[in-house]
Design a protein around this ligand. Structure first.
Ligand code: ADP
Length: 291
């Protein structure tokens, strides 16, 4: 049973209007957190809940939503408040009706516009999480070093800790050593969603694309695009519109595998099983490109 008194009080403080919950309904579908819709008869909010020790994860998610909202390129739920109350951590945000059908062309154009939002260096002002795995975002002007140390290297070390040593580690280390051969295209630091698979995009009934559940940082925009293709793809209209708004550099198909390797390694670390074979195959394909 969820207790709402503390969260309701925080909503009241954040919005300047007292909030007394009249109704709550649990909503399913999230991978990591519990979620609910609450309302006081006039206002409704979408709330994510987890154990009290996950407050930093929600704080980072809230800041990611704010950063994407500030880009004013693609709609995201506005965060209202986050913290710990009644023994649980919470993130309250704007409730958006996601019952529409995605307009892929508009989503592609708007994502390209968000990626125009740039920063001096890669990384972010804080760490966050990818799924429930920590994601390090230490600022670095060198994209290759960033991807080597804070993305692939981190997940490979985690895999070693999880018992995936041997061949995966040896081939992974060879890949890291030669990363500059694959990543020589000189991207700018773009604001990324960071976890942009099909489960984290939706549409309002009137056709406004919405992205949510980010793992934001500044990085190569191709890393966002690559992930859209990892579990299915967003449709031809989406990619055509993105490329017409901002063409991709030559060599993207190889970098796509390199960028998605990060997420597949993360899945290996979170779920194990078949992701070991998939990770090894991806590394083998990339090593073949280097030779
Ligand atoms: P998790 O972090 O647990 O994966 P998500 O943030 O992906 O959770 O949210 C779970 C589901 O809830 C989403 O797939 C989406 O359908 C819905 N959802 C997420 N945010 C909102 C929102 N602001 N308003 C309405 N529905 C939302």
């Amino acid at each position: 049973m969820t207790s709402w008194a503390g969260i309701a009080e925080r909503i009241g403080e954040a919005t300047g209007e007292p909030f007394a919950i009249e109704r709550e309904r649990s909503v399913g579908g999230g991978c990591i957190n519990r979620a609910a819709v609450i309302d006081d008869g006039r206002r409704s909010y979408f709330v994510k809940l987890n154990a009290a020790d996950r407050a930093e994860m929600f704080a980072a998610e809230s800041e990611g939503l704010s950063a994407m909202a500030e880009a004013e390129a693609i709609r995201v739920p506005q965060p209202i408040c986050t913290g710990v109350a009644d023994g649980q951590s919470f993130l309250v945000m704007e409730l958006i009706d996601l019952g529409g059908r995605l307009n892929g062309a508009l989503a592609g154009e708007q994502l390209a516009a968000m990626h125009r939002s740039s920063s001096g260096t890669f990384g972010w002002h804080r760490d966050n999480t990818i799924g429930s795995t920590p994601q390090s975002n230490r600022r670095d002007a060198d994209w290759i070093a960033f991807w080597r140390e804070q993305r692939l290297g981190y997940q490979l070390r985690l895999a070693a800790d999880n018992g995936y040593g041997g061949t995966l580690q040896r081939s992974g280390e060879r890949l890291l050593a030669d990363l500059d051969v694959l990543l020589g295209h000189d991207p700018i630091p773009s604001l990324l969603h960071g976890d942009l698979w099909g489960g984290n995009i939706g549409s309002t009934p009137d056709g406004q694309p919405v992205i949510f559940d980010p793992a934001a940082y500044y990085g190569d925009r191709e890393a966002d695009l690559a992930m859209t293709e990892l579990f299915g793809g967003f449709g031809a209209d989406f990619y055509a519109a993105y490329r017409s708004a901002w063409p991709l550099d030559p060599g993207y198909p190889v970098r796509k595998t390199l960028y998605n390797l990060y997420h597949v390694l993360n899945h290996l670390n979170l779920f194990g099983g078949g992701y070991l074979g998939q990770s090894s195959q991806m590394i083998a394909r990339l090593l073949a490109e280097i030779r």
